[in-house]
Design a protein around this ligand. Structure first.
Ligand code: FAD
Ligand code: NAP
Length: 315
């Protein structure tokens, strides 16, 4: 067997693991998934997932993801528990450069390093993350059906998610650090007209507090230093999202493939990037719905495309 991998998969979340399953089961013999931590991805932080098709009953994100690596390994996927520092390409061969500077070569690469919601930086945010503090209204909004919640942020995401939550929850406190919004004017108008949304402006979160059962409320500080206690069981932060695209940055500061202005990888419907043999899947690609099911779907599509690419390359 050649030392060059048929396919290197960078990132072991739902997209990477599904890519691994489809690539190995679809006939690629020499496939390694590089994952810096435990496989499973962001969803392992979630205390409950109830929108993955076919999975009923109470299940944590960790429970959901637990069997995925074993299923892939059954078909021959190798797992390298390493952080990848950089991906480069020389001729038709990719170099996967690990943090320890060792290099693994590959004929194709599927990059699926996901995204990381930015943290707002207030007290209690980390402690209660996944236990009342959330960055995903589609995922966690339903847990607060008929209850009051707080939303932090003033961009399109915060306002759109506030509108979404207002359909489920009894009241939404929209906490924003200024008195004007970054979001589109039409979205701002819809928020201002929504009777279930109370605007808490010129205010920053000071502390989220709670107990073992979860969040009990959030204290916000106004510009003049006044503290207000908002009693809610759920706090949603939407203060921006960073795509984990660091591995694609080249020595000269450019990216290995085309990216959009938000640093997301531009792909077509086959998950092909602008660089031949390089595919991207999951949260890091343009227009990602940021859901486990769509990340997994992307991973399958990317693997099918990678198989076709490698078959043709080595024919
Ligand atoms: P990720 O899950 O982000 O996985 C990327 C992986 O790449 C990670 O394991 C990371 O460690 C690894 N990685 C990153 N950089 C490197 C590197 N340089 N080298 C090696 N490895 C690297 N979605 C739902 O559908 N339903 C829900 O109920 C739901 N709830 C959520 C709750 C929370 C609290 C959060 C944070 C997210 C939730 N989501 C939910 C969203 C869902 O988790 C993501 O959309 C999904 O995980 C994206 O999958 P991915 O494989 O693209 O990326
Ligand atoms: P964003 O536009 O960067 O907005 C982040 C918001 O969070 C800003 O209002 C910012 O306040 C606030 N914020 C940042 N750090 C904070 C902190 N530490 N504490 C409190 N507040 C903080 O992010 P986004 O809303 O996720 O949008 C990202 C991009 O996607 C944007 O280009 C957006 O237009 C786009 N998007 C578009 C659509 C759409 O077209 N329908 C939907 C969603 C997103 P300030 O305003 O004071 O900086």
């Amino acid at each position: 067997m050649s030392n060059i991998l048929d396919c290197a998969i960078v990132g072991g979340g739902p997209a990477g693991l599904t890519a691994g399953l489809y690539a190995t089961r679809g006939g690629l013999e020499n496939v390694t998934m590089f994952e810096k931590g435990m496989p499973g991805g962001q969803i392992t932080q979630s205390s409950e997932i109830e929108n993955y098709p076919g999975v009923t009953g109470e299940i944590t994100g960790m429970d959901l993801m637990m069997p995925w690596p074993e299923q892939c390994q059954k078909f021959g996927l190798k797992h390298d528990m390493s952080e990848v520092k950089q991906i480069t390409k020389n001729g038709n061969v990719f170099q996967v450069i690990k943090s320890d500077d060792s290099v693994v070569e590959a004929h194709s690469v599927i990059v699926c390093t996901g995204s990381s919601p930015r943290r707002a930086g207030f007290k209690g945010e980390e402690e209660f993350f996944g236990k009342g503090v959330s960055t995903c209204a589609t995922c966690d909004g339903f847990f607060y059906k008929g209850k009051e919640v707080a939303v932090i942020g003033g961009g399109d995401t915060a306002l759109e998610e506030a509108l979404y939550l207002a359909k489920i929850c009894s009241k939404v406190y929209l906490i924003h650090r200024r008195d004007t919004f970054r979001a589109a004017p039409n979205t701002v108008k819809r928020v201002e007209e929504n009777e279930k949304i109370e605007l808490v402006l010129n205010a920053v979160p000071d502390e989220v507090y709670g107990d073992a059962s979860g969040v009990n409320g959030i204290k916000v500080k106004s510009k003049d230093g006044e503290l207000r206690d908002i009693v809610v069981p759920g706090v949603f932060t939407f203060v921006g999202n960073d795509v984990n695209h660091q591995t694609l940055i080249q020595e000269n500061g450019t990216f290995l493939c085309d990216m959009n202005e938000q640093g997301q990888v531009i792909v077509d419907l086959s998950m092909k990037t602008s660089t031949a043999g390089l595919f991207a899947a999951g949260d890091m690609r343009i227009q990602a719905p940021k859901q486990v099911v769509s990340a997994a779907g992307d991973g399958a599509v990317a693997a099918i495309s990678a198989i076709a690419y490698v078959d043709e390359l080595l024919a």
